[in-house]
Design a protein around this ligand. Sequence first.
Ligand code: ADP
Ligand code: MG
Length: 368
Amino acid sequence: MSDGVWAAPGRVNLIGEHTDYNDGFVMPFALPHTTVATVSRRNDGVLRLHSADVAGGAVELRLDDLEPGRGPGGWTDYPAGVVWALRDAGHAVGGADINYESTVPTGAGLSSSAALEVVTALALNDLYELGLQRPRMARLCQRAENEYVGAPTGIMDQTASACCTEGHALHLDTRDLAQRQIPFDLAARGLELLVVDTRVKHAHSDGEYGKRRAGCESAAAALGVPALRDIPYEGLLAALDRLADPELRPLARHIVTENHRVERVIALLEAGEVRAIGPVLTEGHASLRDDFRVSCPELDLVVDTALEAGALGARMTGGGFGGSAIVLTDTSQSATVRTCLSEAFASAGHKAPRIFPATPSRGAGRVS
Ligand code: ADP
Ligand code: MG
């Protein structure tokens, strides 16, 4: 008998890419795919972790030994990092037996890592009655991933998994962490949003991410603003004129237009014009491909093929250089789009993509 079962979802980002480290806007929604944790308290200061999705048995760690840089490496660093971050923030978390089982694809840019962290934080918050609010839990999970696992990620993934609600996308201002739930009901409009996992991850992606980040910081410094978020869309052309370095101009243009696209998508969704976001998504892809240069042939193939097959819009989602794309389509056109994508990947000699419809789903919660 366990003490309880909790679940936390993966996410896709609808629009707002690479804006998070520019103090900008993002708009993820939760997937129906979740990581489920079955948890029991234990009183001997031991954290026992097991995942049905990883070969090998359970790993036992002593709470007193948890320290960034001292973890064994591998998947247990994510939940162990959460326990460390909670305890380091002064929360009285004791031992636990945790068994995980997930339907979130790992390493596909759909945030299986945040699902794993958030489900752990939520379960321990309930079991040890810590009384933490969800945005605070998300922050501690981010700290676990940054400092314990050593991955320099933003706050979007954990916030999405912790705070999304069914039938909505979550507008998050990454500067002040203000949140707004934006209605995003696909089924009512006869629409489907397909996630297309290309199942590739190009090796240089981490280095390129660092270069983009540094480039954005240089552009902001050259323009005399704290972050590119502070350049208003109306001031874009003047700002580009003031950027002497031709390498920085397209980076700045992507960030400023992308924040603007988030605002356009919000306005359309709030007006119930869900179909009309399609071209904005496609524009976002062109900007990521041509200005920010983080796409790759597989992601471009998804977008081009989907549009040719009659989709309303498509774009890469996540950091780029592989991972997943999203495609907005009429439900009646969905089967055709999927077939064309599979055929295009086969004839290009790529691995078969994994394609599934994503319904905006609930965030993390207790299951039983
Ligand atoms: P993403 O978050 O896009 O799926 P990441 O590289 O950030 O990709 O995180 C994937 C890693 O998270 C996996 O390699 C594994 O270490 C860990 N992980 C995620 N889900 C699970 C799970 N259910 N069981 C064990 N480890 C998991
Ligand atoms: Mg991740």
